[in-house]
Ligand binder design. Structure first.
Ligand code: NDP
Ligand code: SSN
Length: 344
């Protein structure tokens, strides 16, 4: 079964909609994480917890994505310990039964597996390896799963540092935004320690609808950046189309409908188009993160001399949108940068 999952990562979701204690990997998990491989300081916290769940799970970073992901783990009955730089964002989860520790180090020390969902490479590195970083609470037998979107170099560095403690590392950035995170419908793009991948698969299946295991560290990060590079260019192109249709006297709402019925239909256009027409950009995926991903994807392309002129042009629009104060709006606000350009 373990081999099957490793090489056939897209098992049907319903396969996993069982109580975790009846999951085929449950016994593998409990024997790995609740016995001799766990350090004595963590042993008491690794005892089987409520509802028969196997281990304490840490979650670092409770922004737009981290909060609903951690919430789904709690709702599924997992024993979750949280930390966030801005502590108030932990309050809701604490009221749902989460435990709190005052630093990433203390979360990692209390938990068997720690997830991290941070903004960017700098914060991911700092939370993992900084002064009170998770690294200092990691020991052999524990796992660190970074679900943030970062570049392959950052991920390799974090992996190296975590593994130097004897612990295991998995990168697992996600496709899917706020709503899929709330609905447990994310797509995990994982790479790194295959055993840890198998161990955390039941947890990934609580938070997501599918998962890919892509081999060596860096492959998950790179896959995520390629996907988001395409997405960023698509959104910029869609924005041009909306504005052009309006300028030539067409109803952009009708454009959204026409696009939705043809070969270029995309859930993203149908979901975000109507609010874009009204110049509303409620943040699901903040524009600053999309620009970060364009920047990192362009760096990746540069590293292998792959021309990406369309993504480079789109990146300039996201940079312009940031300079117009739109960083914390949804990335569909890139449309505003085009409006400004046309008006200037
Ligand atoms: N939103 C989306 O649709 C998706 C986002 N992603 C990726 O997931 C990651 C998180 O995104 P999202 O939740 O939207 O972002 P948010 O901006 O909502 O949350 C960012 C998180 O990072 C923390 N953080 C930022 N800087 C630091 C720092 N220097 N030290 C410690 N913690 C820090 C924030 O803490 P604080 O609360 O204190 O600010 C917060 O918990 C990003 O890498 C993003 O690219 C991936 C898929 C979809
Ligand atoms: O990184 C953000 C991805 C957003 C999405 O996949 O809808």
């Amino acid at each position: 079964m373990a081999l099957y999952t490793t090489f056939c990562p897209q098992l049907p979701k319903q396969f996993f909609k069982l109580p975790l204690s009846s999951h085929p990997f449950y016994h593998h998990w409990t024997s790995r994480f609740s016995s001799s491989t766990v350090s004595s300081s963590a042993a008491s916290s690794n005892e089987a917890s409520r509802d028969g769940f196997p281990a304490r799970i840490g979650f670092l970073g409770l922004g737009i994505m981290g909060l609903p992901m951690a919430q789904n783990l709690i709702k599924a009955g997992c024993d979750v310990t949280v930390w966030n730089r801005t502590k108030s964002k932990c309050d809701h989860l604490i009221s749902m039964g989460a435990k709190y520790e005052p630093s990433p180090q203390e979360v990692a020390s209390a938990c068997t597996v720690t997830f991290a969902m941070l903004a960017d490479p700098d914060s991911a590195l700092d939370v993992a390896c900084g002064k009170y970083g998770a690294l200092h609470g990691m020991t052999e037998g524990k796992g660190y799963v970074d679900v943030s979107t970062v570049d392959d170099t950052t991920s390799k560095l974090i992996s190296q540092r975590i593994k130097s403690t004897g612990a295991s590392f998995l990168e697992a950035p996600v496709s899917g935004s706020k709503k899929p995170a709330e609905d447990g419908q994310l797509i995990f793009l994982t790479a790194g320690d295959a055993t840890l991948y198998e161990m955390v698969s039941p947890l990934l299946d609580i938070m997501g609808k599918s998962r890919f295991y892509l081999g060596e560290i860096g492959n998950g990060a790179s896959m995520k950046l390629v996907v988001n590079m395409i997405m960023g260019s698509m959104m910029a192109s869609f924005s041009e189309g909306l504005l052009l249709s309006e300028k030539v006297g067409l109803d952009p709402n009708v454009l959204v409908e026409v696009v939705s019925q043809g070969a270029i239909s995309a859930p993203m256009f149908s979901m975000k188009g109507p609010s874009m027409v009204q110049s509303k950009y409620p943040p699901a995926f903040p524009l600053k993160h999309q620009q970060k991903d364009m920047r990192l994807a362009l760096g990746l392309a540069e590293s292998v001399s792959q021309p990406t002129p369309i993504a480079a042009a789109a990146n300039e629009l996201y940079k312009a949108a940031k300079s117009h104060g739109l960083s914390d709006q949804d990335f569909s606000a890139v449309l505003e940068a085009l409006k400004t350009k046309l008006e200037n």
